[in-house]
Ligand binder design. Structure first.
Ligand SMILES: Cc1cc2nc3c(=O)[nH]c(=O)nc-3n(C[C@H](O)[C@H](O)[C@H](O)COP(=O)(O)OP(=O)(O)OC[C@H]3O[C@@H](n4cnc5c(N)ncnc54)[C@H](O)[C@@H]3O)c2cc1C
Length: 445
């Protein structure tokens, strides 16, 4: 075996993955005086929050926003001196059904919502008002979303609205996802909601995290995929590209479980949690438009002949200045990484989705789409099975020094930067602090 490159005696923690969870974990550990090395496979940090260049700006590949209830994330932003950089705006929701656009925010909007018959509109309104209360105290983790919503809203609302909305998020198994997921989500999001976006975009947060980790003595490496992980007893060996080997006293893995399994050696695979947890991926189209198409931040698109099933008008939250005056619009389809759409060519998807967007918003003239980019991510979140609370894998992998901090662990919280930060805080609390250090050093301004 090649020599282990770390020869100092202070305990060393390796964090695998440089998305928000890995960055938050490394930040916290470094500021507790722990010797930490973060290893990210890609050439950018940020994971699902990574970005691309548009003119002289950086734009997220996948739409992201902060919610006022994101306490863990806002706490981290405070430590980085970025909390006040979040710009908050009141945002609204639209709905496109059968190609028709509707506002979907007030009682009046609902009364005029011609996609449902009048008595279904009333039922929809009443049940929606009571839904959070109706779920309280019930074992929603063992109740299928379909059974819960069909029973409360009736067949028509389920089939017209919820089935396509959940089907788009969770694929074929959508009806089976525990109702707890939806209940939790409703606690975080509303149609009319205050949403936040950090000035300079998510890259600013990612850059600040890197700087903070390095200032506290941690090491951050990009283009450093972990190829092999051995973890048994109280030692771990990580093999990187080119055969470089790192030793660690603790490992925190933030990789989706199927990816972790792929790099684990045989002995470790035998100790890892269940293998058959399916994950949804996503395809997004990012449009730079010369005109606005909607005033609503979020618009589900149902029964309208599009491959994408939602539109996020990011400029309604972040303004147009950050994108060189363009209106930034994301369209998305959550899908399995083996699906035809996921495997399709980006340019072909971009062309089709541009035509479909024009179909929905015919006011878009021939020159109004300045640019389209398509991005894909294979692992966004698990499709949670019924009773997942009791099946959720433990954070500590038995008889190893490996800790797991992944999107499979945040349930029933919604997968988000907030839940990843909260999880990172929880997981790193299990690792003993290093030399004496102030809890969090003053951020650079
Ligand atoms: C379309 C979309 C919209 C979203 N909207 C929001 C939103 O509005 N608000 C919000 O808060 N959240 C949102 N999210 C969710 C949020 O992005 C995720 O919950 C969060 O980014 C997960 O972070 P993570 O660090 O756990 O995982 P990831 O971001 O997936 O990070 C994992 C990292 O591991 C790296 N890696 C993989 N293999 C290896 C290896 N062998 N060695 C080293 N590194 C490796 C990957 O390159 C990646 O950087 C959205 C997600 C998507 C896809």
């Amino acid at each position: 075996m090649p020599p282990v490159s770390d020869s100092t005696t202070a305990p060393h923690v390796a964090v695998i993955g440089g998305g928000i969870c890995g960055l938050a974990a490394a930040h916290r550990l470094a500021h507790r005086g722990v010797r930490v090395t973060l290893l990210e496979a890609g050439d950018q940090l940020g994971g699902l929050g990574t970005f691309f260049r548009h003119d002289d700006h950086w734009v997220e590949r996948f739409y992201h926003c902060v919610m006022p209830t994101d306490d863990a994330l806002l706490g981290l932003l405070g430590e980085l001196g970025l909390r006040d950089s979040v710009g908050w705006r009141e945002t609204t929701m639209g709905m496109v059904v059968d190609g028709r656009r509707h506002p979907f925010n007030s009682a009046l909007d609902l009364l005029r919502f011609s996609a449902l018959r009048p008595h279904d509109r009333v039922r929809f309104g009443v049940v929606s008002l009571l839904l959070r209360r109706l779920g309280r105290g019930r074992d929603l983790d063992h109740l299928r979303t379909e059974d819960w919503l069909r029973g409360l809203y009736g067949d028509v609302v389920w089939e017209r609205l919820f089935a396509p909305m959940f089907g788009s998020k969770f694929g074929a198994a959508f009806g089976d996802v525990p109702a707890l997921y939806l209940w939790q989500r409703l606690g975080r999001e509303r149609n009319v909601a205050t949403r936040g976006y950090p000035a300079g975009g998510y890259k600013t947060v990612i850059d600040a995290l890197r700087a903070s980790i390095e200032r506290a003595g941690g090491t951050v490496r990009t283009s450093a995929p972990v190829r092999r992980l051995h973890s048994a007893g109280d030692s771990a060996i990580l093999t990187l590209t080119g055969g470089e080997v790192l030793g660690a006293d603790h490992v925190v893995s933030t990789l989706p479980l199927p990816l972790l399994r792929r790099i684990s050696d045989e002995a470790l695979v035998a100790r890892l949690p269940r293998t058959d947890l399916p994950y949804q991926g996503v395809v997004t189209g990012v449009f730079f438009l010369r005109r606005a198409i909607t005033e609503h931040y979020w618009t589900p698109v149902l029964h309208s002949g599009t491959e994408f099933d939602g539109v996020v008008a990011m400029s309604e939250l972040a303004g147009t200045e950050a994108n060189g005056g363009h209106h930034l619009v994301y369209v998305m389809r959550y899908t399995d990484r083996d699906s035809q759409l996921y495997l399709d060519d980006d340019a072909a998807i971009a062309a089709r989705w541009a035509a479909q967007l024009r179909g929905l918003y015919p006011e878009l003239g021939p020159d109004d789409i300045a640019r389209v980019r398509v991005f894909k991510a294979p692992f966004v979140e698990p499709v949670y099975p019924l009773g997942y609370l009791s099946q959720r894998p433990a954070v500590a992998v038995e008889d190893t020094n490996l800790l797991l901090a992944t999107t499979a662990h945040v349930y029933p919280e919604v997968t988000s930067w907030n839940s990843s930060v909260a999880l990172a805080n929880d997981v790193t609390d299990r690792i003993p602090a290093g030399r004496d250090q102030p809890a969090i050093a003053e951020p650079a301004r």
